[in-house]
Design a protein around this ligand. Sequence first.
Ligand SMILES: Cc1cc2nc3c(=O)[nH]c(=O)nc-3n(C[C@H](O)[C@H](O)[C@H](O)COP(=O)(O)O)c2cc1C
Length: 189
Amino acid sequence: MDALEAIFTRRSYGRLTEPAPTDEHLQRILAAGAAAPDHGELRPFRFTLLRGAGLDAFGEVLEEAYFRRCTDSGKAPVPAKAQKERTKLGRAPLVIVVSAVRQPSDKIPWVDQRDAAVAAAENILLAAHALGYGAMWRTGDPCEDEYVKKSLGLAKDDAIVGFLYVGTPHEPKEPKPVELDGLVAEFGS
Ligand SMILES: Cc1cc2nc3c(=O)[nH]c(=O)nc-3n(C[C@H](O)[C@H](O)[C@H](O)COP(=O)(O)O)c2cc1C
């Protein structure tokens, strides 16, 4: 599959099953992430793999983080929400957490470092798709949560840019129509 075909046929899949990427494919997918444009070549992106027992263990981290957010905001935890946090990673056999670790630099602003990790995440989605897998980028409260960041070995000023769910879709989706209407302008005309 060439690059443009991958871009125009990639879709998000809310539920993914086995097979997860083979080890060889996973290395290609992660290398595609690390090949993203990276201002200053600071390599700020990090990829944390959650699979097998790691998915269950990290589900407990997400549930505990939810309880802590409830305590901090003075709200009573809702059992169904706690359960969702604990189990939601089960929607795919592999989750790649893409984060940006702030690198010291006088020249390269943090926003560029974070954006490099965002570009890495998109590369990962496209590479997974090109190799025949499905994926979905998810964010939400855990991305901003200090307890979650700490559990991943991140500092509070680092960023989680997404939880990328990866596996095999039940059924492939049709490509979506892409409209340029209203998106493009030509300066000076
Ligand atoms: C930065 C980012 C965060 C996203 N977070 C979520 C999310 O938390 N939950 C969700 O259902 N989809 C999330 N998505 C996926 C979009 O919903 C999805 O890409 C969109 O519906 C378009 O569908 P497609 O990917 O099949 O073209 C996210 C996408 C991006 C780029």
